[in-house]
Every structure is written in structure tokens, then in C-alpha cells.
Design a binder for this molecule. Sequence first.
Ligand code: SAH
Length: 374
Amino acid sequence: MSNYSPLETIIRKQIAATGPMPVSRYMQICLTHPEYGYYLKRDPLGRDGDFTTAPEISQMFGELVGLWAASVWNAMGMPQEVKFIELGPGRGTMMADALRAVRILPAFHEAISVHLVEASPTLRDKQREKLAETAYVEWYDSIDDVPEGPAIILANEFFDALPIHQAIKQDDGWHERVIEIDDDILAYGIARDPMPRFEVLLPPVVRAAPNGAIFEWRPDNQIITIARRLRDQGGAALIIDYGHLRSDAGDTFQAIARHNYTNPLKNAGLADVTAHVDFQALARAAEDVGARAHGPVEQGAFLNRLGIETRAQALSKNASEDGAKAIAAALKRLTGPSPEGMGSLFKVLGVSHPDIETLAALSDQGSPGGASKS
Ligand code: SAH
């Protein structure tokens, strides 16, 4: 009699056995359940999938990220070995485009070994194919497993897939938002008791929110691992995602299937469930452990400062008329305003060893960072 996805059946059993589950637990099961998790068995990307990402829109994205990495390597003092780490590399497109772009800098290209952190066996296969010609590539389940050494770390649309917690403000304080079974359907609920001492941790703007307001947060473990590593072993990270520059109240828990929004409580395991990234929280966590944060800036500004227009012109010169139109459309999509464009919804945050004072294209002042661009 079950019309539910196999994963929903599992979630219902857990709720029946142990009570309502926090949103974070629900999100974690939906995305990474070992048998039915969304990412485990499928390639969600591209026109035939559920969503498209910047590197899949145009090769220009990965190429510019590669050149950004080269300028970081300069700022690091050109170490002979550098680990190029990517978190959640999808189809491996951004890494392949970045590596191709930096072939013109042989000393940097030869210093690189590639280290991919990927949960999905299906996507690992795609990455292996895409990077078949790369001399050194290793895969890991977690960034904690990547061997030591100076590193340049990339994460595009990785953080939005990490589970969020939600809290909801009531008369007597903030309560965790949970998923329960109500009238035989999965529904949002509110944990019975408020979370003690929770409010003092909140930014003032959130504390002042009215009753019913929702606040979202992610555990800090990933950003803290990254920041500590950069602080101790050198290097920088580039974190790109949709989200907000400043912490605030708001419900951004969402599901996307076949390029459309759907109800995150329906089709568990069959739709991508994500939430916006709180860039202020990431930057603060990185600085709290002694790394340096750069930006965040909007993706449109970041790509413009790295010279995406010049790159688009160069590519168009050798393209057919249709090809040139496609390049112009991709440029607009990557840098333009919402709703069609990703330029302002997506933000870019740099994190580095504290001695690296600027990172290319990430200073707040409007001009590119001081790291060498040659
Ligand atoms: N960066 C790629 C893909 C983004 S989709 C692009 O821009 O196209 C999110 C990626 O993160 C996928 O590769 C997914 O399998 C991976 N992922 C999600 N959660 C993860 C986790 N907890 N650990 C490792 N990889 C994860």
C-alpha cells in the first residue's frame, strides 16, 4: 500500500520508532543514505538531470578558477608541491577545465596533485573518466583523509548540500524545527522544549526577529577543518555557492527535481534537498580558528574581475555564429542578475593562511586582490 519512495518508508519507520526528527537528520538521510540517498546512485547534473551548475554552463568558469588558483600559488611562494583539493566535484568538469587552463604555466601544472572528496560512487566514475589524462588523482570520503601539505581547495555548490538545522522562534524561546507524521503525511513540527542558551549565540538581527521566524545553521566542522588546515599547512580555499552575505532569519530549505522547485518533504531521496549558505557564518568560523577570510563577493563581480568578458571574446572569435551566441548567453547566465542569472545570488568566499593578505578578485574594495596575476 505504500506510495512512498523507499527512503520515505525508512524515514517513517524511524519517526514512528524514535519520534520527530530534526530537519538536519531528514536532510542527511535524503542526501546520503547509503542505499537510497539522492547523491549515491545518480548523476543529478545537466539538462537531463535535476539541476545545472556554473562549470556545466561554460568552460569559462573552470578556466578562470584555474587562473585564480595559479595566482594563489604565486602568493603562496610557488611551493614545488601543492595539493589541488576539490570538495564535491560533480562530473569533474571544473577541475578538468581548470587544469587545462593552467597548462600554460608548466611550473604550476607540474606542482599539482589532484585530491577529490566525493560521496557518490556514480559521480566518482564520471570524475575518473573526465580526468583520465591527469597524472595524479586520488579520491576520499572526507577532507580529513586528504594527506598533509600546502593546498588550494575548491568547493562549488558543495556547502549547500550539507545538512542544515532549523530553529523556530516561539514565546518561550527558540525550538528546533522537526519533521513528524501528521495525518499520515510528513509535515513540519516544533520540538516541545526550547533550546537552552540558544538565543545568546544568535546575531542581533536574528534575535530581534518576530515569533514564527526561522533561523538556519550548519555544523561548523567542514569549514573549521578547512581553515585549520590552511592555517597550519598553507594555501587557500575558494567557496562558491548560493546564499547570503550576512546571517539573517529565513527559511531556505528547498528541493529541486527536473529543474523545478518541489516540496522537500515529498519524494525523499528522489529530489535534491539544499539550503542557502550563510557566508557570514563561514567567514566568522574560519577567522575564529586563525585563518583569514576574503570577501565574500558576488559571483558576477568575482568573474568580471578575473576577466570573463575578455575570455568570452577570445572564445567567440573562433566560434560559429551559434557558438558565439551560446557563449554570450553563458556569460550572461554566469554573471547576470536574478532570476535567470547567477551573478548576484551566488557568492564567493576565500579562506587562506593568515599571511596571504589578498586573494585575486576577492577583496571587498572593488579592485582585484593584490596577488600576482601574471
Ligand atoms: N561541484 C559540482 C557538483 C555540485 S553538486 C558542480 O559544481 O557541478 C554537489 C556535489 O557534492 C556532488 O558531487 C555530490 O555528490 C557531492 N557531495 C554532497 N554531499 C557530500 C558529502 N557529504 N561528502 C562528499 N561529497 C558530497
